[in-house]
Design a protein around this ligand. Structure first.
Ligand code: THU
Length: 138
């Protein structure tokens, strides 16, 4: 599984986003160290606060199936068009809560791939996006 394929999986996941409030579709695809992929989409809630992001959906799916060794996550996001189809207007960096959840399970060199399409992407490490972080682990 290369980064292009991981991004394609994330884009596919935008179709499953449940976004009646923001109409903003986020897809994520998480790669484990041994090459498995766990995907996620954002799932909103009328309380707003109970909304779950795509990145956390993917991470929680993986952790709840016993996975704890991750190498990369691809993330894409964008508003839907007038027909309700997801778009990608720009890079979609993970929110602060998702960065903190990544820190719980991933090393500082975990790769975060932000994409506009499978050929146009930027790669950051978790340390790039969450420097001087708080953790209770080592
Ligand atoms: N969202 C994500 O899924 N991931 C992020 O890292 C940023 C925000 C979702 C939450 C909400 O459903 C919508 O995008 C607008 O905030």
């Amino acid at each position: 599984m290369n980064y292009e394929e991981l991004i394609e999986s994330a884009i596919e996941m935008q179709n499953y986003s449940y976004v009646p409030y923001s109409h903003f579709h986020v897809g994520a695809a998480l790669l484990t160290a041994d090459g498995k992929v766990y995907t996620g989409c954002n799932i909103e809630n009328g309380s707003y606060g109970a909304t779950n992001c795509a990145e956390r959906a993917a991470i929680f799916k993986a952790v709840s199936e016993g996975e704890k060794n991750f190498s990369a996550i691809a993330v894409v996001g964008g508003h839907e068009d007038k027909d309700g189809k997801p778009t990608i207007e720009d890079f979609c960096p993970p929110c602060g809560i998702c960065r903190q959840v990544m820190l719980e399970f991933c090393k500082k060199d975990f790769k975060i791939i932000l994409a506009k399409n499978p050929k146009d992407y930027k790669v950051f490490t978790l340390n790039d996006l969450l420097p001087e972080s708080f953790s209770l682990k080592d």
